[in-house]
Design a protein around this ligand. Structure first.
Ligand code: ZN
Length: 69
């Protein structure tokens, strides 16, 4: 999964929505998926989440529309 790969290589550019667990760009003020304002920006957690997404293709597709390159 290319998306997960780029996240794993550059986790500091991303953060995780603590409500829906979507990975969003760090510059986003609120989650594009659920409009939450709380995020986990721990790089290690972002990497783990990306690996998790990569392991579950269906979840990755759901999150792909959120993701902005
Ligand atoms: Zn969310």
């Amino acid at each position: 999964m290319e998306m997960a790969k780029s996240i794993i290589e550059d986790p500091i550019s991303y953060k995780i929505c603590i409500v829906c667990e979507a990975i969003v760009d760090r510059e986003c003020d609120c989650c594009p998926a659920c409009s939450a304002y709380k995020f986990n920006s721990n790089s290690e957690d972002v990497v783990n989440r990306a690996i998790d997404i990569a392991a579950k293709p269906q979840t990755a597709i759901a999150h792909q529309s959120i993701y902005k390159d």
